[in-house]
Ligand binder design. Structure first.
Ligand SMILES: Nc1ncnc2c1ncn2[C@@H]1O[C@H](COP(=O)(O)OP(=O)(O)OP(=O)(O)O)[C@@H](O)[C@H]1O
Ligand SMILES: [Mg+2]
Length: 258
């Protein structure tokens, strides 16, 4: 599998944010977070909590006001998004509408779309891995929402980066398809003896429960709680998480009855 040079380091946490601050002009956001290599971290929290901002800072789409970002032990502050050891998938609009599925995936490894025979094979394989063999010539407008997200996943995987950031990637899909996509992600992130680290923003606690090792709960531009998925999602230790998840006293009484 083709892989970008300089992305092979796998020592230390996959992602570390130390006193990372950012401000859109109003209240300052401040993130402290460490994601272990190989883990799946779900990021939850109310709308406006700063989930996308955190991912955009990590990916290099936003420049922090202060603080440090390290990936696999390396300070990545001076690296452009494409140079960081990661791939990112957004909720939608991941694809260039004038490019075919093949070319949208190929962009992940051949930015000028001059594709070598080995790269062509890697792109075909990635499309096949996400169940889209034979879809290479389709334009995004000729595919369903789920198919488009699968193309975006294929592009993320063909890049073969050790860290995958996903910002509500399957939010626009129905429950069954969302589960299929998560299962696909769970399978594809483990290959060639390596497990890609996943940081995934989701509004679906059940998705976090099914796949995440740990869950980070964001509120007001900071990580308000982080811990094992089961512990955070049971919300026994944090009232703010309980409020966000809608777990209240009446539910507790209900839980006592069933
Ligand atoms: N480009 C921008 N200009 C000004 N303020 C912004 C901008 N983008 C985000 N914000 C503000 O920053 C805060 C955090 O936004 P962010 O998009 O990170 O939230 P989020 O947790 O991803 O929310 P959602 O769940 O709705 O996607 C919000 O208060 C938002 O209004
Ligand atoms: Mg967001």
């Amino acid at each position: 599998m083709t892989s970008a040079s300089g992305t092979e380091e796998t020592t230390g946490p996959a992602l570390e944010c130390v006193d990372l601050t950012y401000s859109y002009g109003e209240a300052e956001m401040r993130f402290d977070l460490s994601v272990t290599a190989g883990e799946w971290l779900a990021v939850i929290g109310p709308s406006g909590a700063g989930k996308s901002t955190l991912l955009d800072l990590a990916a290099g789409f936003l420049e922090p006001t202060s603080g440090e970002i390290r990936m696999f032990g390396r300070d990545v502050a001076s690296l452009a998004p494409a140079e960081r050891p990661l791939s990112m998938v957004f909720q939608e609009n991941n694809l260039f509408s004038h490019l075919t599925a093949f070319r949208n995936v190929a962009l992940g490894i051949a930015p000028r779309l001059r594709v070598s025979p080995a790269q062509r094979e890697a792109v075909e394989q990635a499309l096949s891995d996400v169940g889209l063999a034979g879809y290479g010539n389709r334009l995004p407008s000729q595919m369903s929402g789920g198919e488009r997200q699968r193309v975006a996943l294929a592009r993320a995987f063909v890049r073969d980066r050790p860290l995958i950031l996903l910002d509500e990637p399957f939010a626009a899909l129905g429950p069954a398809l969302r589960q299929d996509m998560l299962a696909l992600l769970a399978t594809l992130r483990r290959r060639q003896g390596r497990t890609a680290t996943v940081v995934m923003v989701t509004h679906h606690p059940e998705d976090a429960a099914a796949h995440a090792d740990r869950v980070a709960y964001l509120e007001n531009g900071a990580v308000a709680a982080i811990g094992e998925a089961r512990e955070i999602l049971s919300a026994r230790t944090d009232e703010r998480v309980a409020r966000y998840l809608g777990i209240g006293r009446s539910d507790d009484r209900l839980a006592d009855r069933v």
